[in-house]
Design a protein around this ligand. Structure first.
Ligand SMILES: [Zn+2]
Length: 197
């Protein structure tokens, strides 16, 4: 009876987003561990530019093995090659903002019956939406926006980049909109995405 119910289950897309340090990977791992308890084997895809190349890890130290793919189409190919878990397996994308074709891959997988869990930043340090995340949110069954704890004990929704350097330099800090705007204007006004009303 249980197996029959599982077989009728359609795919779905879930998006977990928010600023840095908001526990996105932790929330993804929580959902994936529940799938493991239910006997399903999740497959986790990560972009090649992340901290690790073979696993995801929460800040509490929990981890799960993962496979690096240069884009979501390549991830689709890897998923087909591995055939893990059969047609109802769970597919997760971490650091998903770096997968340019995230929407297309997520929709294809969900339509094929997979549960797709996507975790990533919704905005960059200037407050600009990451387009792959924005598009995938529109197609998702469920969107979860997480917040971090900001410097003013506020609910941090944004990620500020402090210090100099336009590339990877500086440090990152989650902040509420007000703190983020003040901090960005202080260090570099071009780091604020708005209409300057
Ligand atoms: Zn604040």
């Amino acid at each position: 009876m249980h197996a029959l119910r599982n077989q009728r289950r359609g795919g779905r897309i879930e998006v977990i987003c928010g600023p840095m340090f908001s526990g996105k990977t932790e929330e993804m791992l929580r959902r994936l561990h529940r799938e493991q308890i239910a006997g399903r084997r999740p497959m986790v895809m990560i972009p090649p530019r992340g901290r690790y190349q073979d696993k995801i890890e929460s800040r509490q130290g929990e981890h799960m093995s993962a496979i690096a793919a240069s884009n979501a189409s390549a991830a689709l190919q890897l998923i087909k090659e591995h055939e893990w878990g059969g047609p109802y397996a769970v597919i997760a994308f971490d650091e998903a903002q770096w997968f340019e074709d995230l929407l297309e891959a997520s929709v294809a997988l969900a339509n094929a019956g997979h549960r797709v869990i996507v975790a990533g930043l919704d905005m960059d340090y200037a407050g600009r939406p990451f387009l792959p995340m924005a598009l995938t949110m529109c197609a998702a069954e469920q969107v979860t926006k997480l917040t971090a704890v900001g410097r003013c004990d506020c609910e941090a929704t944004h990620t500020a980049r402090l210090g100099d350097g336009e590339d990877e330099g500086g440090t990152w800090e989650p902040m509420c909109r007000l703190c983020w705007k003040d901090a960005a204007k202080e260090s570099n006004p071009s780091r604020v995405f708005d209409m300057e009303t």
